[in-house]
Design a protein around this ligand. Structure first.
Ligand SMILES: NC(=O)c1ccc[n+]([C@@H]2O[C@H](COP(=O)([O-])OP(=O)(O)OC[C@H]3O[C@@H](n4cnc5c(N)ncnc54)[C@H](OP(=O)(O)O)[C@@H]3O)[C@@H](O)[C@H]2O)c1
Length: 307
C-alpha cells in the first residue's frame, strides 16, 4: 500500500511516499481502507519536533480517518467488512493514517453519519471530539454564555455549533474576514480580536474555551464570572490566576471515544453539526497540507482525500 511516512523529524519535506505491506488487524481491531484523513496542528507539531517521541521509524502520522472496513481482527463482532466508519484512532499513540489502509481499535471508531461524505466525516473527528470533551468537562449548560476563541478554526468551528446545540449563548473571536462564516455557524456575537482586545468587548461570561494559549489564555481570566470555567486545549492555565479570580480551570487532551463519536453523528444526522472543509489535498500532497495548516489561518478543516 501507499503511505506517506517520515524517517526523521523536521520540515515538511521529511514526508515521503513509500510502498509498505498491508497491516493486519490485531484482535479487537479492524483494517480500514482510508478514504479521507484530516490534518490537525498536532500533525505538523509532531513532524517538526517529534514531541510524542515515536521512534519506530518509518513513523506514519495521521489520526482522523473516514473509510470502509476491509478486514476484521479476531473477536470483532460490532462491525462487518464493508461498513463505513470514522474516528480518531490511537491518539496520542502513532495513528498511521496517512496511508491507503490503517488498522484501528474498534473502540476508536463509529459508523459514519449517513449524510456526511468521507471528507466531511474525517474532518469531524479530533477537532469535534476536542470541543465536545471540553464542554463535558465544564458541564456547559443551557442558557450559559461561553466565549470561544478562534471560532473559525478547526476546533472553534465545531465548538460554536456544539455550544449552540447545548443551548448556550455563544460569543466567538475571529478576524473580521471570518465574521460571516462564524455567524453562519450560529454564533450570537463575533468579536474581532484584532481590532480591539476581546476583554474590552466582553465580560462576565460563564465559561471560556481557549484554543489559542499564551496571552489569549491568561487574558481570558478577566472575562469570566467568579465560579466560572476556563478550559484550554492550547496551554496550561495559571493556578494563581485561577485562585485569585475564583475560576475553575483545566487543560485537556482529547481522547478517542466511540460514545462521543456517536453523539457527534447524531447531531450531524439531525443537521445540527456540519464540518466545513476549506481545502483538500491528495495523500501525496501532505507536505503542502501541513504548510497550509501551519499558517494558523485555516478556516474549518484541511483534509487529504485518499480514494
Ligand atoms: N489539547 C487538545 O486535545 C487539542 C486538540 C485539538 C487542538 N489542539 C490545539 O488547539 C489549537 C487550535 O487547534 P485548531 O485545530 O482549531 O487550529 P486551527 O484550525 O489551525 O486554527 C486556525 C484559526 O485560529 C485562529 N487564530 C489564530 N490566532 C488567533 C488568535 N490570536 N485569537 C483568535 N483566533 C486566532 C484563526 O482565525 P482568524 O483567521 O479568524 O483570526 C484560524 O481560523 C492548536 O494549538 C492545536 O494544537 C489541542
Amino acid at each position: 500500500m501507499k503511505a506517506m511516512t517520515i524517517r526523521e523529524y523536521g520540515d515538511p519535506d521529511v514526508l515521503k511516499l513509500e510502498e509498505l505491506p498491508l497491516p493486519d488487524p490485531a484482535p479487537g481491531e479492524v483494517r480500514v481502507q482510508v478514504h479521507a484523513v484530516s490534518i490537525n496542528p498536532v500533525d505538523h507539531k509532531v513532524r517538526q519536533t517529534g514531541f510524542f517521541n515515536y521512534t519506530n521509524f518509518p513513523v506514519i502520522l495521521g489520526w482522523d480517518i473516514s473509510g470502509m472496513i476491509d478486514a476484521l481482527g479476531e473477536g470483532v463482532t460490532e462491525f462487518q467488512v464493508g461498513d463505513e466508519v470514522y474516528g480518531m484512532i490511537r491518539f496520542p499513540q502513532e495513528g498511521r493514517a496517512y496511508a491507503e489502509y490503517v488498522t484501528a481499535p474498534v473502540a476508536d471508531l463509529a459508523r459514519k453519519p449517513s449524510n456526511l461524505s468521507h471528507t466531511e466525516a474525517a474532518a469531524m473527528t479530533l477537532a469535534a471530539l476536542t470541543a465536545h470533551q471540553a464542554f463535558e468537562r465544564m458541564e456547559l449548560q443551557v442558557g450559559q454564555t461561553i466565549l470561544i476563541h478562534a471560532g473559525a478554526g478547526g476546533v472553534g468551528h465545531f465548538a460554536v455549533q456544539l455550544a449552540k446545540a447545548r443551548g448556550a449563548r455563544v460569543i466567538a473571536t475571529a478576524s473580521n474576514h471570518n465574521r460571516d462564516f462564524v455567524l453562519g455557524l450560529g454564533a450570537d456575537e463575533v468579536l474581532d480580536y484584532r481590532a480591539q482586545p476581546f476583554e474590552e468587548q466582553v465580560s462576565a461570561v460563564d465559561a471560556v474555551l481557549d484554543t489559542v494559549g499564551g496571552e489569549t489564555l491568561s487574558r481570558s481570566f478577566a472575562v469570566i464570572k467568579p465560579g466560572g470555567w476556563l478550559v484550554s486545549i492550547a496551554g496550561q492555565p495559571s493556578a494563581h490566576q485561577a485562585q485569585e479570580r475564583d475560576v475553575n480551570v483545566e487543560r485537556i487532551l482529547v481522547y478517542p471515544s466511540q460514545a462521543h463519536l456517536d453523539i457527534l453523528s447524531g447531531l450531524a444526522e439531525a443537521g445540527q453539526l456540519k464540518a466545513h472543509v476549506s481545502q483538500t489535498f491528495d495523500l501525496e500532497q501532505v507536505a503542502q497540507a501541513h504548510q497550509a495548516q501551519q499558517t494558523q489561518r485555516t478556516v474549518g478543516k484541511i483534509v487529504l482525500t485518499v480514494v
